[in-house]
Design a protein around this ligand. Structure first.
Ligand SMILES: Cc1ncc(COP(=O)(O)O)c(C=O)c1O
Length: 399
């Protein structure tokens, strides 16, 4: 465990080789604008986590393959990396960019990167085995991506949709030709229902959350997300920007955050590793809660406009990467998310609620008390992953 000690005030820097004495975990409440030292138990402050030594942890890179596969798909094009100078000034950082996933392989979210690569790998293995039904659970975007991929590959899909997903988003999954079963329960329950249904002959489970004994497919999904980060590297270089000092990632079960860890924590010659900040809804902070406790935790989930992030349990495949490689995590409420969505839209990034969460999270993280824990210089380059467009969440209006 990288951060065995909770030390609210004194954070010692780890050495770049990660060999520094004891890594430290720092817990602040950015909304309170001060660190929670003294009488208060750090774990009683639910909104913030920082572990500066995590940026010096490293792991092997993602295997090759997904990027070339995506580039071979009809309609593939890198999504835009939009620079946001006015917002950068407001936040007091050097250069700010949003990776805009509002139109990815014909869908309004990044999820097709994982679904297409995982389904490709599964069907390769299954070649000659006859038609299949691809089964998954979703809170919106992943299910639509699996349904679309199944249709394009001439296969069937059965998608279990959790409670709280907007009817228009459910209709969009059905519109891909999938059979849809709505589950009157939270996302975790939809995952259980999909898993049970995938026991039937002729079915293949395509879930983006790993559990013991079910790791290969979510592993391929995470590999698929690597394309987004490779594009970002190239686009930053073309913009004459430095490699990122901070990357803000929205987290549901944490598979996208796992892909961020794999990308930015694998050895990179002479580059200072960025801070990786996860942003979650206050209604479902499973990654933040798990990081604060040092072990995977299930949290009760509530209602949030950030439907794609409304997950109660982190992926157990992602967990070791999140534990060791994520150095900051924050939870934000829907009002902060809506304000971020409005600001991104005003600057040309049509973010849906999950896509706006990183900006909301960054704002909380850059609050006066939190910034020192992040060790971010005023000329820092920051990347926000705007993982869905407004169209992904048709019922949502941040106005
Ligand atoms: C738009 C969007 N952003 C981010 C995420 C979070 O991804 P993960 O569940 O891998 O953490 C999701 C998950 O569904 C999503 O739909």
């Amino acid at each position: 465990m990288p951060c065995p000690e909770v030390t609210p005030l004194s954070v010692r820097r780890a050495r770049p080789d990660g060999s520094a004495g004891s890594p430290q975990r720092r817990v602040l409440d950015p909304r309170a604008g001060r660190s929670q030292a003294g009488g208060m138990s750090p774990l009683s402050v639910p909104h913030w986590y920082v572990c500066p030594s995590a940026r010096f942890w490293n792991c092997p890179p993602a295997p090759d393959g997904a990027r070339a596969f995506h580039a071979s798909l009809p309609g593939y094009a890198p999504t835009p990396l939009t620079e946001l100078p006015a917002l950068a000034r407001g936040l007091g950082v050097g250069r700010l960019f949003a990776k805009d996933e509002s139109a990815r392989l014909g869908l309004p979210a990044f999820k097709a990167l994982g679904a297409t690569w995982a389904v490709h790998r599964l069907l390769e293995e299954h070649a000659g085995g006859g038609p299949v039904t691809l089964v998954t659970a979703t809170d919106g975007n992943h299910g639509r991506a699996v349904a679309r991929t199944a249709r394009l590959r001439g296969q069937r899909a059965h998608v279990f949709v959790s409670r709280g997903v907007h009817p228009a988003a459910v209709a969009a999954v059905a519109g891909e030709g999938a059979r849809v079963t709505t589950v009157d329960g939270p996302y975790d329950e939809a995952v259980r229902a999909a898993r049970a249904a995938a026991g039937a002959p002729g079915t293949l489970l395509v879930q983006d959350s790993g559990q013991p004994g079910y790791e290969r497919v979510p592993g391929w999904i995470v590999e698929g997300y690597a394309t987004l980060f490779a594009e970002t590297d190239e686009q930053l270089a073309r913009a004459g920007a430095a490699p990122p000092d901070l990357v803000a990632v929205p987290a549901g079960v944490g598979s996208l955050a796992q892909a961020a860890v794999v990308h930015y924590r694998s050895p990179r010659e002479g580059r200072r590793p960025p801070v990786l900040l996860t942003a979650e809804p206050e209604a479902a902070p499973c990654v933040l809660t798990s990081l604060r406790h040092g072990e995977p935790r299930t949290v009760p989930t509530g209602e949030t406009a950030m439907a794609g992030l409304n997950c109660g349990t982190p992926s157990l495949l992602a967990w070791p990467y999140l534990r060791d490689g994520i150095d900051a995590a924050v939870a934000v409420d829907d009002a902060a998310g809506a304000a971020a969505a409005r600001d991104l839209a005003a600057h040309g990034v049509p973010a849906g609620p999950c896509g706006a969460a990183p900006l909301a999270g960054l704002r909380a993280a850059l609050g006066a008390a939190a910034r020192p824990g992040l060790d971010l210089a005023p000329d820092a380059t920051v990347v926000l992953l705007s993982t869905e467009g407004a169209e992904a969440n048709p019922g949502y209006s941040p106005a």
